[in-house]
Design a binder for this molecule. Structure first.
Ligand code: ATP
Length: 328
């Protein structure tokens, strides 16, 4: 498992990671989400022993990264954001070299390389020079090198970046499989990917954790008031007033640039869809759309990471920021 407590990294005066605490259990896939510069890579680099933390406590696979750094690093497989490979080597040579670095015996290395080549779908390029591989294949070689020694903890920084859709599906399947056996922490910008792959999500912004939970938990805790989206043909002039007067409706927003489209904020328990329909029927309005919205992980992400420091939460939102407050 990974256990980070008060993990901090400063670059001179600038604090890139500001005392974050989290754990990732065995068999769990956790996704770290955050906008550019949030501190994801810095966090992953500290966990993998590539960057010393300025402060905090960190154990990886049960080993303390400060008092037992060599053993701790052996527990970890790391796929960095930009995979550095020896481009003049063949894939098989490179994997053999990495196996040697990880201390695998010759007897163990052979079968382990074959197994990894297969699981990372590298058979067709096994004897090819790395410099001649496409970006997707290089990414897979990087992943193969990261899992070769069967680390108990796997850290993947943007694992599907630059891959084509078919490769993305294959790598996601592999990640899912690996995640059931290992502790897996990944960072991604692709929200649907995190939603699909991860048991738990950590949203990080300006070096701090702003929300944490399963994608479902985040959605449930985020959803405050119900939102209805209504589209009426011809944008009747009195529509905003009529809609506002319906029971359970708190506010009506006319969507800019979309005549006839309204966003209705309703109380949490209210479901005024039938009332909207009947009001429209009475007035001969044509309802083109009537949808109850659920906050997506994307809504949550945008809301949490674009909030001005110190700003109060918006539209009926209730979310859990388990350890820290939004930076002020
Ligand atoms: P991205 O999604 O763009 O990769 P990230 O969340 O991974 O972003 P980091 O790369 O961890 O963000 O960077 C966090 C902050 O720390 C950024 O503001 C970055 O400019 C700064 N930073 C990173 N490395 C250094 C460094 N060596 N010296 C100074 N500042 C740095």
């Amino acid at each position: 498992m990974i256990d980070a407590q008060g993990l901090t990294r400063r670059y001179g005066e600038f604090t890139a990671v500001d005392g974050i605490s989290f754990t990732v259990d065995e068999g769990e896939i956790v996704g770290m989400l955050g906008p550019n510069g949030a501190g994801k890579t810095t966090t992953l680099r500290m966990i993998t022993g590539f960057l010393p933390p300025t402060d905090g406590h960190l154990t990886v696979g049960g080993r303390d990264l400060f008092s037992d750094p060599v053993a701790a690093r052996r527990e970890v497989g790391y796929l960095p954001e930009n995979v550095a490979l020896y481009t003049e080597m063949r894939v098989s040579e490179y994997l053999r070299y990495r196996a040697m670095l990880e201390g695998l015996s010759r007897a163990k290395a052979g079968p382990r390389i074959s197994e990894t080549v297969k699981s990372c779908f590298l058979e067709e390029v096994e004897h090819q020079i790395i410099g001649t591989l496409s970006k997707g294949f290089r990414q897979r070689v990087g992943l193969a090198a990261a899992i070769l020694h069967h680390p108990s903890v796997l850290v993947l920084d943007e694992p599907t970046v630059g891959l084509d859709p078919k490769q993305i599906i294959a790598i996601r399947e592999l990640i899912r499989e690996l995640g059931h056996k290992q502790t897996l922490l990944l960072s991604s910008h692709i929200l649907p990917e995190v939603e699909l792959l991860c048991d738990r999500v950590i949203i990080i912004d300006r070096g701090r954790i702003v929300a944490e939970g399963s994608p479902q938990d985040l959605q449930e805790s985020w959803v405050g008031n119900t939102i209805l989206r209504v589209e009426l043909k011809g944008a009747p002039a009195e529509a905003p007033d009529v809609l506002r007067d319906l029971p359970g409706v708190v506010a009506v927003e006319t969507l800019a640039g979309d005549p006839g489209c309204y966003r209705l904020e309703c109380t949490k328990e209210a479901d005024p869809r039938q009332a909207v329909f009947e009001a429209a029927k009475q007035r001969d309005w044509v309802v083109l759309e009537l949808v109850r919205e659920q906050a997506s992980l994307e809504d949550i992400f945008v809301r949490l990471t674009t909030q001005e420091p110190g700003a109060s939460p918006g539209l009926g939102e209730v979310f859990s920021a388990p350890q820290e407050e939004v930076p002020s």
